[in-house]
Design a protein around this ligand. Structure first.
Ligand code: SF4
Length: 506
C-alpha cells in the first residue's frame, strides 16, 4: 500500500483495471477482464454518468461531528440536498434526537477565483468552520476547479493544522480524473488513513486508569470487529449484520458511514475487519492489515441466503468460531425457509433485470435465483476483479444472462428492457424510472427504511417482490401514457452498438 506516500489515491482504472463499458453475456466477461482486454474501452455515445463526488458526499456528510467543505463551484455540492433525509435519519439512529442534517459549506469559487486561485477562500472556510461548529474533523473535498487551476489544498491544510482543533482531511475528489465513481471510496479512505489513523499509536491503553480497565479493554479488542458499512446500507441492514455478528459473540466498530471519527481511530485495534462490499473496502482493509496486522474478510456481500452464510463462515474462520457459526447459519436458514415458503410459488419462474453498484447488483441477482426467479440481465455500474465470484456463480446457472456494465446510460437500459421484457426491474430510483416507463414493475434496490442484508433482508426482499408482482397494472398503464425520448429505430439496434469492443490496451 505504498499509495499512502502520495497525497492522492490512484484512480480505479489504474489501480484495479476497472471497466465501465461492456455489453455481452455474463459468461464472457471474466477472462477478457483478467487478460486486460476490457481496459480503455470507450462508448462512442454516453448518456449521463455519476461524478465521484456523489458517493463521497453520501459518506462524508453522514459522519458525526464533521464539517464537509466542498472546495469548488457551488453546484458541486448540490447533491447534498438530496441526501438530507438519510443524513438526518442516520444522526437520529446514532442517538441525536434533534438531528440537524449535513454540516457542509461551499467555497463557491467564481470566475475571479479561477484566474486568481481559491486558496484564500478555502483558508477562510476552514477557520470559520472550526470557529463556528467546533467539529472533531473538517473534510475538504477538492473538486474539478481547484484540481485544474492548481490550488494547493494539502498546503493550505498543513498551514492551518496548528491553528485549529479539528482533524483536517483533504480529500481529492476531482470529477474529471476518473469515470469510475467508486474511486471516491479510495479517495476518502486515503485521507483518513494518512490524517487520522497513520501514526496514531494507542497500544499503551493510556486512557485507562487502572489494571482491571486495561485487562477488560484488552479482552474486548479480541472480539471487536470493524464492520465496514456502505452508504447504500440502511439502518435495518446495519442492525441485521450487527445482530448476526453479535450471535458469534463479536462486538462491532461500524464505519465509515454515520461513524464518529473515533471509529476510524479505533479501527487499528480491532481483531478483524469485515467488509460487506469488497469493491468498497479493499483499500482501507488492506492497509489496516499491512500496517497494523488487522486481518480482513469480505469477498461476499451478505445479501442472499448462501452469500450470508459464506460471509459468516469467513468471519468465523478467522476467529476460530466455526462451530458457533454453523449453529447460527443452520438456525437462521431454517427459520428463513419456513417464513418464505408460502411466498415462493408466486416468484417461481418470474423474470428479472437488475442494475446498481457492481457487487450489490450481482449479489441481489444471486438471491433472486435462490428464490426461484430467472435473471435475464444485470447492469452493474462498473466491473472489477471483486465481481468475479458472483459472476461465476450466475454464469454457472445461465451463461447467457445479458451483462451490461454501465454507469447510468439509460439508452442501453431501455433497449435491453424492450428485448428482455422482464417481469421485474430492481435498481436505484434513477434507473427504475426508465423501466417503469417501459411498463415493467420496479423495486428499489436501496431504500432508506427497508432491509436487504442478511437473513431478514432475504425474507423482506422476497416479501416485497411478491407484493409488487401481485398487481402490475400501474406501470403497464403508465407506459401507455408516456413518451420515451428514443426513436423506434433505436430499439432495433444492438444495445451495445456504441461500446467499442476488442480494443486492447497497450
Ligand atoms: S464533475 Fe467536477 S465540476 Fe462536476 S460535480 Fe463533479 S467535481 Fe464538480
Amino acid at each position: 500500500m505504498s499509495y499512502l506516500e502520495g497525497k492522492v489515491a490512484p484512480i480505479r482504472e489504474d489501480r484495479l483495471g476497472t471497466c465501465i463499458e461492456f455489453g455481452g453475456v455474463i459468461g464472457d466477461i471474466v477472462q477478457p477482464f483478467c487478460d486486460g482486454c476490457l481496459k480503455n474501452r470507450i462508448r462512442g455515445f454516453s448518456q449521463g454518468t455519476i461524478c465521484q463526488l456523489l458517493p463521497s458526499l453520501a459518506i462524508l456528510t453522514s459522519l458525526q461531528e464533521t464539517v464537509v467543505i466542498v472546495h469548488g463551484a457551488v453546484g458541486c455540492g448540490g447533491a447534498v440536498h438530496s441526501l438530507g433525509a438519510s443524513v438526518r435519519l442516520g444522526q437520529w439512529r446514532s442517538g441525536d434526537k434533534n438531528p440537524k442534517g449535513a454540516l457542509w459549506l461551499s467555497t463557491n469559487l467564481n470566475e475571479q477565483d479561477v484566474t486568481q486561485g481559491g486558496e484564500e477562500k478555502l483558508r477562510e472556510a476552514i477557520l470559520e468552520s472550526d470557529k463556528r461548529y467546533r467539529p472533531d474533523a473538517i473534510v475538504v473535498l477538492s473538486t474539478c476547479v481547484p484540481g485544474i487551476i492548481g490550488d494547493d489544498v494539502d498546503g493550505v491544510a498543513n498551514d492551518l493544522r496548528d491553528q485549529i482543533s479539528a482533524a483536517l482531511l483533504p480529500v481529492h475528489c476531482e470529477g474529471f480524473k476518473t469515470k469510475v465513481m467508486a474511486t471516491a471510496y479510495d479517495a476518502i479512505f486515503h485521507s483518513f488513513l494518512r490524517n487520522v489513523i497513520d501514526g496514531h499509536d494507542d497500544t499503551e491503553f493510556s486512557v485507562y486508569d487502572n489494571e482491571a480497565a486495561v485487562a477488560a479493554e484488552s479482552i474486548r479488542r479480541k472480539r471487536l470487529v470493524n464492520l465496514m458499512n456502505v452508504s447504500s446500507m440502511t439502518g435495518p441492514d446495519q442492525n441485521e449484520l450487527t445482530r448476526l455478528l453479535n450471535k458469534l459473540g463479536l462486538e462491532v466498530n461500524m464505519l465509515p458511514c454515520d461513524a464518529h471519527p473515533d471509529a476510524f481511530r479505533m479501527a487499528p485495534f480491532a481483531a478483524l475487519s469485515v467488509g460487506v462490499c469488497p469493491t468498497h473496502d479493499d483499500y482501507f482493509m488492506g492497509y489496516l492489515e499491512e500496517k497494523f496486522g488487522v486481518p480482513f474478510v469480505g469477498s461476499q456481500m451478505p445479501i442472499g441466503i448462501e452469500n450470508t452464510g459464506i460471509w459468516l463462515r469467513h468471519v468465523a474462520a478467522r476467529l476460530n468460531l466455526e462451530e458457533t457459526a454453523e449453529r447460527v447459519i443452520t438456525t437462521e436458514t431454517e427459520e428463513l425457509k419456513r417464513a418464505i415458503e408460502p411466498i415462493l410459488p408466486s416468484l417461481k419462474g418470474k423474470t428479472a433485470m437488475l442494475s446498481a453498484g457492481e457487487i450489490r447488483t450481482l449479489a441481489t441477482a444471486v438471491l433472486l435465483q435462490e428464490l426461484g426467479m430467472e435473471i435475464l440481465a444485470v447492469r452493474p455500474y462498473h466491473y472489477d476483479k471483486f465481481g468475479a465470484v458472483d459472476v461465476e456463480h450466475l454464469a454457472k446457472i445461465n451463461p447467457s444472462i445479458r451483462l451490461n456494465v454501465a454507469t447510468a446510460q439509460p439508452f442501453e437500459a431501455v433497449n435491453i428492457i424492450n428485448r428482455a421484457k422482464p417481469d421485474l426491474y430492481i435498481g436505484h430510483n434513477s434507473d427504475n424510472v426508465w423501466a417503469a416507463k417501459c411498463g415493467v414493475s420496479v423495486l428499489p434496490i436501496y431504500g432508506t427504511n427497508s432491509i436487504y442484508s442478511g437473513y431478514a433482508g432475504a425474507y423482506d426482499i422476497a416479501r416485497r417482490i411478491h407484493r409488487h408482482l401481485a398487481n402490475t397494472s400501474f406501470n403497464e398503464k403508465l407506459s401507455r401514457h408516456v413518451r420515451q425520448p428514443y426513436r423506434d429505430s433505436w430499439y432495433r439496434e444492438d444495445p451495445f452498438k456504441y461500446i467499442k469492443r476488442g480494443e486492447l490496451s497497450a
